[in-house]
Design a protein around this ligand. Structure first.
Ligand SMILES: O=C(O)CCC(=O)C(=O)O
Length: 232
């Protein structure tokens, strides 16, 4: 957890512009419409930095990229792709699946990268906790290369307190939660009143590029032919 790693005003400005996008205040370009996924309380837009310069500004924050490289213990990282993710408030308190992201390891979707030297910087734009749709991590699971879980769309989280070593940190605007690509994680329904908005920045060891996209999850096909140039 990187507490207060980013400037609050900078993060808030990016959050406002993403929220405007999700509120349909911005006219969708064909490209962005293509990159949009919506399901049961969770809406995601891939690589929104191509439309919103505020996000690009955040992505060239060298402190963010330096922190990612040092956590990964590599010389430099590059942005693989990003996801702006909004999780809408649960419609009924009894709906335990609305907006849920199932247990998964990010690397399961990125096998084309050959080696698990990737990390995600998860940047919240609202204060976030377990009750507000926050992330849950299985502590130490990045050491387990055995099972590479691909359960993003499986809303059955089991009984959370029975899963050993689960942690769910509370985050404020300006904090960044990093997770290794082998860390098992999930997120629960948003029981708050407003949407939970975050940007997941997926970063990889620069020496792993280019990635074999044919071996990545099909949702990443749109990256074919693209040349991510944001490198630290
Ligand atoms: O924002 C969420 O609820 C899920 C994010 C996630 O799975 C990720 O950043 O890898």
């Amino acid at each position: 957890m990187w507490r207060g790693g980013l400037r609050e005003d900078e993060v808030s400005a990016v959050g406002e512009s993403i929220m405007k996008y999700f509120s349909h205040d911005l006219i969708d370009s064909a490209l962005i419409t293509d990159l949009r996924r919506h399901s049961h309380g969770l809406e995601r837009v891939f690589d929104l930095q191509t439309a919103l310069p505020e996000i690009s500004g955040l992505l060239v924050n060298s402190r963010l990229l330096c922190m990612a490289a040092s956590l990964l213990k590599v010389e430099a990282v590059r942005v693989f792709y990003t996801q702006a993710i909004v999780k809408y408030p649960a419609q009924r308190p009894t709906d335990h699946t609305y907006g849920v992201v199932g247990w998964h390891k990010d690397f399961a979707y990125w096998l084309g990268a050959r080696a698990p030297r990737m990390i995600t910087a998860w940047i919240p734009f609202v204060d976030t906790s377990a009750d507000l749709g926050g992330l849950h991590y299985v502590d130490g699971s990045h050491r387990d290369r055995g099972t590479v879980t691909k359960g993003f769309n499986n809303p059955d989280l089991g009984t959370l307190n029975e899963v050993e070593r689960v942690i769910s940190p509370e985050l404020s605007i300006g904090d960044v939660a990093f997770h290794h690509c082998l860390t098992t994680h999930a997120s629960t329904p948003n029981k708050g009143a407003g949407p939970r908005l975050a940007l997941a920045v997926h970063l990889l060891d620069v020496s792993l590029a280019p990635v074999n996209l044919a071996l990545c999850h099909q949702s990443l096909k749109f990256l074919e032919g693209s040349d991510p140039t944001l490198v630290h």
